[in-house]
Design a protein around this ligand. Structure first.
Ligand SMILES: [Zn+2]
Length: 161
């Protein structure tokens, strides 16, 4: 089911989310499935639960076009950031038509849980590291407008499509 995407300045986007406990309730399982459908339909590369109106620590990442199968991460966090930061142009499904250059650490180690409650710890770099940081920011009520150092027209994103 496609869910409506909550737009800025809705307050839920600024709320700190709640941790999810296991085993997942049927409601949470359905939410995760719907988040996967929604990010695909919106042609996004990631989506966090607050963006569909739930204050829960759940993100989905869909970089299938770049060869990374879509996955969900529950109670996600970044446990290690590289000192080196790189710039990338970012947009956000919740802040339509706003794009800008966001500097973020280039490499991270992240942690979270899959739908079975199994802990996942892995390293990420490149686009995956950026998307994970963007989505984990959502879990903590942080938006790209807090981090953009230069607003752009969305050129790079448009040409990347
Ligand atoms: Zn976003």
């Amino acid at each position: 089911m496609i869910l409506p995407i909550i737009k800025y300045p809705n307050k839920i986007l600024r709320k700190k989310t709640r941790q999810v406990s296991f085993p997942l309730s049927p409601t949470v399982k359905k939410l995760i499935k719907d988040m996967g459908d929604t990010v695909k339909k919106a042609e996004g590369i990631g989506l966090a639960a607050p963006q569909v109106g739930h204050d829960l620590a759940i993100i989905v990442v869909d970089l299938e076009t770049m060869g990374v199968p879509p996955f969900v991460l529950i109670n996600p966090e970044v446990v290690k950031f590289s000192k080196k930061k790189t710039d990338m142009e970012e947009g956000c499904l919740s802040i339509p038509k706003v794009f800008g250059i966001v500097p973020r650490p280039e490499d991270i180690v992240f942690k979270g849980y899959n739908i079975l409650g199994k802990e996942i710890t892995a390293a990420a770099d490149g686009m995956l590291a950026k998307v994970l940081q963007h989505e984990i920011d959502h879990i903590n009520g942080i938006l790209i407008i807090d981090k953009i150092k230069k607003y752009t027209q969305g050129q790079e994103l448009i040409t990347a499509k």
